[in-house]
Design a protein around this ligand. Structure first.
Ligand code: ADP
Ligand code: ZN
Length: 710
């Protein structure tokens, strides 16, 4: 037998593994073996086995031995690793990196301890009291570990040794734990679904395709997940539930903790210490865990009997890994579930365009939950047209919004004010026709920048095109052009000036180092130690606050002005999440401030018309040639000479495209936040991935199906 293995040592050039002769060893993918490498013996994981000798003129070195018969990763998981490397154009080593804690991997193997049982030899001849006690302890039992045996019998090691030497007791090195796959033993409290939820759950369970559960906020998707988990465990299978940000999803974690014994749930996230991560990994590997709960990396938990994967808030951008391997959890989950024959469920109130297209095409099974549990009403949404507002010194606060905040302060209720994270992106807007000035190259908005001499100019971040700031609107010839944008800091200052008595919390990238701090802010809100929470994306995600009766978007257009083809979708998701979550306990109000009250994402979100918006946006993507209508790959070049390199790379790719008459466009430009040193090449069209396969791209990082493209 021959095998390909990945060594733990990161020597260059062997990222896709080395071939060894396994001799008579019965190897399986995922096993940990010992192999010779440059005069040393090192640990390595088997990624492939086959019977025919590979064609090579060198003598193949031999595998020295297997560390343990249990593979570290199952054949299904190894197959998924191979798929990841292939799809995301990475090496196997890069792909497997997310599946295994840092080497040495040998530390991950199940530990062995000595265990004992009676050998069957006649023990009636034993007279010693101590020896008799020890033998009685073993009578009628299968293997006991040394610890258990000495503790239960109260014997000494010497007594035990003596009996082993005389052959009355058998000794064997056995695994500390070999749990049977009885995952449903940990079930505590079963869910009670409404008739509608039950119907939906059954339909999901019986459909072999991935299911998209499209249910408005508060419709009870979590209850359906709970029932699906119960069904999986009862069939002897394990489940994984992914959530976008573990620390901001405490309420759903509590739900699962009510369902199952805590000891059979593993909560995995990216901020675990290496030791804690290793420990959880081993517990999952030993089969002690029925349910893994976590952010995107929880998908890589080493479960051997995977039967169900649930991805909650499927539309969230955190499911995309922004480091190599730049995978998307949605895609990897699909492959993993394929391999295991496991059920895959996506849940959301605002499906991503990707999931929506697949549901429309029938590749995903679609189920809807259009009502809230107990049919609680959705809040009223008011749109404030900022083009009609006289701000004075209060920009960007309109009088209706200030009134609404003041009203809440007087009634001792709470407000949440949302501003897009990327508040620095400024676009040029015409107040007459309300269109943004777009680049003729990409059809995406120009952003406003200042040159060194202080002169403003327009830049298209996807093509690099620059232009002077026009005096007249190119659409309607109006002179009422306004550069639109505002940051959280400035907004907070205005708020404090206007409401000096209010207790204001600010949550954005500058004030939050990690989500733990966001959780504290949410606690303060829940305990009513604050009146106003002002913040960015995370404010929307963690918004499950019963005393909040006002949720406002300060400038819905900030997101729209980001030169990004997903900007509209993103704003729609944020607005819908926000409108769906305010007024959970009391009747709530939502205010959306915008310069473009007729923008499709704003109108649709205010009327709760999700499907209409998605279909409309999909048409636009098809027309303009962006994902999911077309495939996209991004190459990222980081270098002081990034521009020169990116342009050279683009030229080479363009030559290949022309030579093979491929239907792919290649464009390069500096990235928005890269300070001129980070450039990107965007490839769009038919199978851009294939163009890159086996092609040297220098130090450029490959990002397949990118989410960030600015
Ligand atoms: P979603 O995840 O769809 O936003 P949730 O699962 O959080 O909705 O449900 C909203 C609220 O309704 C929660 O407080 C939940 O406990 C409650 N709920 C939903 N379904 C049921 C049910 N079948 N029995 C009891 N409570 C339910
Ligand atoms: Zn105009």
């Amino acid at each position: 037998m021959y095998c390909t293995v990945l060594t733990a040592s990161k020597s260059g050039g062997i990222g896709n593994g080395l071939t060894y002769d396994a001799g008579d060893l019965q190897l399986q993918p995922g096993m940990l073996v010992r192999v010779p490498l440059r005069n040393k013996l090192v640990e390595a994981i088997v990624t492939d086995v086959r019977n025919d000798a590979p064609a090579t003129e060198y003598d193949l070195k031999k595998v020295h031995g297997v560390f343990h018969p249990t593979p570290l990763l199952s054949p299904e998981q190894i197959a998924t690793v191979r798929w990841m490397a292939d799809y995301y154009l990475t090496t196997l080593r890069q792909a497997i990196g997310v599946w295994l804690p840092a080497p040495p991997w040998i530390k991950l193997l199940p530990k062995k301890t000595n265990a004992y049982r009676l050998s069957g030899k006649d023990i009636s001849i034993i007279r010693g009291k101590k020896q008799q006690t020890l033998l009685e302890t073993l009578t009628g039992k299968d293997w006991l570990s040394e610890d258990e045996l000495l503790r239960e019998s109260g014997s000494s090691k010497a007594t035990l040794r003596g009996l082993v030497t005389k052959g009355f007791i058998e000794e064997e090195s056995r695994e500390a734990s070999s749990h049977a796959a009885n995952f449903s033993a940990s079930l505590k409290q079963l869910p009670a679904l409404t008739p509608l939820q039950e119907k939906v759950e059954e339909s999901i369970r019986h459909d072999p395709r991935p299911s998209l559960l499209f249910g408005i906020t508060g419709s009870g998707k979590t209850e359906i997940y709970a029932q699906l988990i119960v069904d999986a465990l009862k069939k002897g299978k394990q489940a994984i539930v992914l959530v976008p940000e573990i620390l901001l999803t405490e309420h759903s974690i509590h739900r699962y903790q009510a369902l199952l014994d805590r000891s059979s749930i593993a909560v995995i996230h990216s901020r675990l210490t290496p030791a804690a991560r290793r420990n959880l990994w081993q517990r999952v590997h030993r089969g002690e865990i029925s349910l893994v709960l976590g952010s995107r990396s929880a998908l890589f938990a080493p479960m051997r009997y995977l039967g169900l994967v649930i991805i909650d808030e499927e539309h969230e951008w955190t499911y995309k890994n922004e480091q190599t391997p730049r995978y998307h959890a949605r895609e990897v989950a699909e492959e993993l579930c394929n391999q295991f024959g496991a059920k895959l469920v996506f849940g959301t109130a605002t499906p991503s365009l990707e999931a929506w297209t697949r549901a429309r095409e029938g590749r995903y099974h679609l189920e809807r939950l259009p009502q809230r549990y107990r049919e609680q009403a959705l809040p009223d949404v008011k749109i404030v047209d900022l083009a009609q507002v006289n701000f004075g010194s209060m920009y960007p606060f309109s009088p209706p919004l200030l009134d609404a905040i003041e009203d809440r302060l007087r009634r001792h209720e709470q407000s949440v004010l949302f501003l897009n994270r990327r508040g620095i992106a400024t676009s040029l807007l015409c107040l007459q026709c309300r269109r943004r000035i777009v680049s003729p190259e990409s059809q995406l908005p120009f952003t406003v920048h200042q040159s060194r001499d202080g002169r403003p100019y327009l830049l298209d971040h996807t093509s690099g095109l620059t232009a002077d700031v026009p005096n007249l609107c190119p659409h309607c010839q109006s002179t009422k052009l306004l550069a639109v944008g505002a940051g959280t800091q400035k907004v907070e200052d205005i708020l404090r000036r206007k409401f000096p008595q209010a207790r204001i919390l600010r949550a954005d990238a500058d004030t939050l180092a990690h989500p733990e701090q966001m959780r504290e802010l949410l606690h303060m809100m829940r305990e009513r130690k604050a009146d106003i929470l002002l913040g960015t994306q995370s404010v929307v995600k963690g918004l499950d606050l019963p005393e909040v009766t006002l949720a406002a978007v300060i400038l819905a257009d900030v997101g729209l002005s980001l030169p990004h083809f997903r900007a509209g979708e993103r704003i729609f998701q944020l607005l819908t999440q926000l409108t769906g979550r305010s007024g959970r306990a009391k009747q709530g109000e939502v205010i959306i401030q915008t310069f473009r009250p007729d923008a499709p994402e704003i109108v649709a979100a205010s009327k709760h018309e999700t499907e209409k918006y998605l279909d409309q946006e999909l048409k636009l993507r098809t027309y303009t040639g962006y994902p999911p209508a077309q495939e996209m790959v991004r190459l990222i070049v980081r270098d002081d000479m990034g521009g020169v390199q990116a342009k050279k790379l683009t030229m080479q790719l363009q030559q290949a495209i022309d030579a093979q008459t491929l239907r792919i466009t290649a464009k390069c430009a500096p990235t928005f936040f890269g300070g001129g040193k980070v450039w990107q090449v965007l490839l769009r069209g038919e199978h851009p991935r294939e163009l890159l396969r086996d092609r040297a791209v220098g130090d450029a990082v490959i990002d397949v199906d990118p989410i960030e493209t600015v």
